[in-house]
Design a protein around this ligand. Structure first.
Ligand code: ADP
Ligand code: MG
Length: 348
């Protein structure tokens, strides 16, 4: 999908030249960044706060397909999904390191695009790029990003703190990134079969953006603080609602009742799921890549969040022995599995 007409081979710059070229416009924004790019290691000082660290790796052909993902979007997404993990700890990201393995299939211009997307996300989240590693790969592209953040020890929220009676809450809406991916895959298939046909992506901006340019919820730790709510547990939704609920339940030793009718699904997600003959609820439960935050709160905090349009209460935590259940719109209860629920077949 490279639109650039110019192509500069990577070997014209060499490794050090490439690093210098890509990082030349990086300006340090955070006081905690003592030393950024340029030495053997970065130096960070959080002055008594706790340090939160998370790493993700993205492999071409496994996690992304450059047939329909523009490199700028890929860079933005690679950073955003890492920062999402930091927000899921109720912490604030401050620095990232960025490592690439690149084959000579990629040009300098292509790497510039990728870097531009990463820097866009860093700007949005006020994060410094403080280092990385750049190496050659035989084929393809691998990106590994490590995000580093800070929090007061008292503010950190883990996956294991949910208690019986807590309310289960989720931000935003779910399933859109998954149906967006289905749409991109469909149009890619049509293109491969008849290259003359232009992709028909019109009118689907929301679901496409959710897939290609996900936004990590920078606003939620701030909002929770403002509302004076500290979740008892929290996780970000990368693999799908069902899988993340199971993580919280397992680590907190509690059960859960999740109510299908409460799961927030955007109308455009709903309609596109139907177009693909899929159950919108399944898309929300299993689709993943939503990068919304899933958390539990004490019941006494309900009045503080109930009027908030960004937060939906979708269930409550029960005794461990009651299991993890989806209560469907029809009122029946099914054991929730990471693949959805125990009887997946339902007319759509
Ligand atoms: P070393 O040989 O000590 O590992 P490098 O030559 O790999 O050092 O890197 C030099 C500097 O550039 C280091 O500060 C490193 O963190 C930084 N760096 C390398 N690759 C990248 C990259 N892709 N993005 C940002 N910084 C990078
Ligand atoms: Mg190195």
């Amino acid at each position: 999908m490279l639109e650039n007409t110019e192509r500069t081979e990577l070997n014209t710059l060499g490794e050090f030249g490439l690093i210098k070229h890509l990082t030349q416009f990086i300006e340090i924004k955070n006081e905690s960044t003592i030393k950024g790019i340029g030495d053997d290691a970065a130096v960070i000082d959080y002055k008594g706060k706790q340090t939160v660290i998370s790493t993700d790796m993205l492999v071409e052909g496994v996690h992304f397909d450059l047939a329909y993902v523009p490199l700028k979007h890929l860079g933005f997404k690679a950073v955003s999904v890492n920062l999402s993990d930091i927000y899921a700890m109720n912490a604030t990201p401050k620095q990232i390191t960025v490592s690439f393995a690149i084959s000579n299939r990629f040009s300098v211009e292509a790497m510039e695009e990728l870097y531009a997307g990463m820097m866009m996300a860093c700007k949005k989240h006020n994060v410094d790029i403080v280092g990385g590693d750049t190496t050659t790969a035989k084929s393809g592209l691998v990106i590994s990003i490590t995000a580093i953040g800070e929090a007061n020890a008292d503010d950190l929220v883990y996956r294991n703190g949910a208690k019986e009676g807590d309310l289960l809450c989720v931000t935003g809406d779910l399933g859109a990134a998954y149906v967006g991916l289905q749409l991109l895959e469909r149009e890619k298939q049509i293109y491969l079969e008849s290259p003359g046909v232009q992709p028909d992506l019109g009118g689907n901006d929301y679901i496409l953006e959710r897939q290609l340019k996900p936004e990590a919820r920078i606003d939620i730790p701030v909002l929770l603080k403002k509302l004076d709510v500290k979740p008892t547990s929290m996780i970000d939704i990368s693999d799908g609602l069902a899988s993340e609920i199971l993580h919280i339940c397992t680590q907190s030793s509690v059960g859960c009742n999740l109510f299908e009718e409460k799961i927030p699904i955007d109308p455009s997600t709903y309609n596109m799921a139907r177009e693909f003959n899929m159950d919108p609820t399944i898309c929300a439960l299993n689709g993943g890549e939503d990068y919304e935050l899933l958390f539990t709160i004490d019941q006494s905090d309900f009045p503080k969040i109930k009027a908030n349009p960004d937060i939906s209460v979708i269930g409550h935590m029960t005794r461990n022995s009651d299991g993890v259940n989806l209560i469907t719109k029809g009122g029946t209860s099914h054991t929730l599995t990471a693949q959805g629920w125990d009887s997946m077949k339902r007319d759509v």
